[in-house]
Write a protein that binds this ligand. Structure first.
Ligand code: ZN
Ligand code: ZN
Ligand code: ZN
Length: 107
């Protein structure tokens, strides 16, 4: 487990879109500016590490807004989304890799 800067608010601890109010705490890190992710981690392919859902002002559903996701073991590019993390027919994370863009090698 490793503590990283919250991607969604870029470590500021505030809601980046002021959806609730200017003073609202970031819903991903709870206002601390940091989140915990299990190691080893990789950048989330779906949001490209931004933590922001590519098609909304919500936190990324693949990494929960953290910008990084845990991936253990050998990895290879997801054959379904070709590494983009996108479901082919929509703005949702790929159901094969969950938005990571990679899958476990050999399965
Ligand atoms: Zn945050
Ligand atoms: Zn993400
Ligand atoms: Zn995929």
């Amino acid at each position: 487990m490793s503590e990283i800067k919250c991607a969604f608010c870029k470590g500021k601890g505030k809601d980046p879109f002021n959806l609730l109010s200017k003073l609202a705490a970031c819903q991903v890190c709870g206002g601390t500016g940091h989140v915990k992710v299990d190691e080893p981690m990789i950048e989330c392919a779906f949001c490209k590490g931004s933590g922001i859902h590519p098609h909304s002002r919500l936190n990324c559903s693949a990494c929960k807004g953290k910008g990084s996701v845990t991936h253990r073991g050998a990895k290879e590019e997801c054959p379904i989304c070709e590494g983009t993390g996108y479901k082919v027919d929509g703005n949702l994370p790929c159901s094969k890799c969950g938005g990571k863009g990679v899958i476990h090698k050999g399965g």
